[in-house]
Design a binder for this molecule. Structure first.
Ligand code: ARG
Length: 492
């Protein structure tokens, strides 16, 4: 132990060269911690420590957060109005510099908060050095990140609404289009394409409500929690909370700086949405094969093959399916990062951002691509109709008819229907094409009248139970969902 400590000591002592190389910027960074650091960070420390490479993306939120803070400080008499005005003006100029691409992000200044604060001081001098009164980067980063996640939630909700509208329109056009319904990916019973699509509409509406729910929980402002304990300055946390569009200040200063539930909520909602998009994408991949031929993806969402001229690959759908893995991974990664952390802030939490950024970008891209793919695909009702009858998908209708009309117990009816399937198989015909004599031989209760019900159209028309696949129920479901969505508060 002692030997190791001694070696380390020697290592630091031998590091004089590095100290001499310390750039002006590093000195500036060191100055931010005040007097008790004799040297700047080792280059490797800078590399592992700096988050500016990715958190620069938070800049608009950092600026509005600082403006709200400075305004409140002046309102409470903690800084002068002249200082406030200089700060606000300086921050606006910095925003313009960043937008114009003329701002230099410096890794020696670690993160977006120090980069902006240091530039502010460079521009306006002493008032810039007063901005950090009564706050810490711990409440600052929590606030910035919450603002980023909140804006991302709002965009996810908009994109989900757009996707829902698109699904509703296609479902409406195909409320009576018959296709095979599957279980175990085996043809099970005929359904309508509109009904199948409405299953996805239900999922997407749940996704939307999950994001809306996450937004409600997120909307408490961490600013003013300072490092962890609150502050001795007479700040007004309600003022900053309301200036930044939060419902209220976060109630507990320790929770405010150590909580990343809002990011986990976003990621969990995004992960479930990504799973839904992936399942839909998987169906598009299947349906667009020549074997199914239910849909044709628009050319601009497919690619050809360099050696097989006949191919049209559903790349966009495959990528929506593939990219879901990233979103699921980011959700898991942040849970694992957080799980061992004592209260309050630990630097581990800097790892919260890249995964969320990538999840946001990936989810938004996948939502846009899915909506566009659906809106531009061509549906082939004739292929769906033809496939709907393959595999004796109306056998259940025959059994149900025996129960309903002839009073047969369902288990008996099931056996009789199975024999009818076997007879049709032997004759290579559909159930509704079986001769009356054949039906009678199977069971005397089977008269010719049943054949009318064994067509796939009759089958779907008979599924009129609440939530069932009959065209009239599907049209009602579409209307009900449209009304439900219209009644929601715009955006939220
Ligand atoms: N870059 C840091 C992060 O993203 C900001 C907060 C740093 N706080 C601190 N006490 N070192 O988490």
């Amino acid at each position: 132990m002692c030997r190791i400590a001694g070696n380390l000591q020697k290592h630091f002592e031998a590091d004089e060269d590095r100290k001499r190389d310390m750039t002006e910027q590093r000195k500036a960074a060191r100055d931010l911690w005040g007097g008790h650091f004799a040297t700047g960070p080792a280059p490797l420390m800078e590399q592992i420590n700096a988050s500016i490479g990715f958190d620069k993306r938070l800049w608009p939120h950092d600026i509005v957060g600082s403006k709200a803070h400075a305004t409140m400080l002046a309102g409470q008499g903690i800084i002068s109005e002249a200082d406030r005005d200089a700060i606000l003006e300086g921050l606006d100029e910095i925003a313009r510099e960043i937008e114009a691409g003329s701002f230099t992000f410096d890794p020696a200044l670690e993160d977006i908060h120090l980069n902006i604060e240091s530039r502010l001081t460079e521009k306006i001098g002493e008032p810039g050095r007063r901005l950090h009164t009564a706050r810490s980067r711990n409440d600052q980063v929590a606030t910035d990140f919450k603002l980023f996640v909140r804006a991302s939630i709002d965009r996810a909700i908009d994109l989900l609404e757009h996707l829902t509208d698109t699904i509703l329109d296609i479902a409406d056009q195909h409320a009576a289009t018959v296709m095979p319904g599957f279980t175990h990916l085996q043809a099970a019973q005929p359904v309508t394409f509109g009904h199948h699509l409405m299953a996805y509409a239900e999922m997407v509406v749940r996704d939307r409500s999950r994001f809306a729910d996450a937004r409600l929980r997120l909307n408490e402002c961490p600013l003013g929690a300072a490092a962890l304990a609150g502050t001795s300055f007479p700040i007004d946390r309600h003022a900053t909370a309301s200036a930044l569009g939060f419902d209220r200040p976060a109630a507990n200063s320790i929770d405010a700086v150590s909580d990343r539930d809002f990011a986990l909520d976003y990621l969990a909602s995004a992960a479930i949405t990504a799973v839904h998009l992936s399942r839909l994408a998987e169906e598009l991949v299947l349906w667009s094969t020549p074997q199914f031929g239910f849909v044709t993806m628009a050319e601009d969402f497919t690619s050809g093959s360099s050696i097989m001229p006949q191919k049209r690959n559903p790349d966009a759908a495959e990528l929506v399916r593939g990219k879901s893995g990233r979103v699921l991974g980011h959700s898991q990664a942040l849970l694992v990062t957080m799980k061992g952390l004592p209260l309050a802030y630990s630097k581990d939490m800097q790892e919260d951002k890249e995964g969320v950024f990538d999840a946001v970008d990936t989810l938004e891209l996948c939502l846009r691509a899915t909506t566009a793919m659906l809106a531009s695909m061509r549906v082939d009702p004739a292929r769906m109709r033809a496939a709907a009858g393959v595999g004796f998908t109306t056998a259940t209708d025959l059994a149900d008819w025996l129960v309903r009309v002839k009073g047969a117990p369902f288990r008996d009816a099931h056996g009789i229907a199975a024999r009818a399937v076997k007879a049709a198989e032997e004759r290579a015909c559909d159930l509704h094409e079986l001769d009356e004599a054949v039906l009678q031989a199977i069971d005397p209760r089977l008269d010719g009248a049943v054949r009318r019900l064994l067509r796939v159209e009759a089958s779907v028309a008979s599924r009129t139970s609440h939530g069932g696949t009959s065209p009239e129920r599907v049209r009602e479901a579409i209307t009900a969902m449209r009304e439900r969505l219209a009644a929601l508060e715009p955006g939220r």
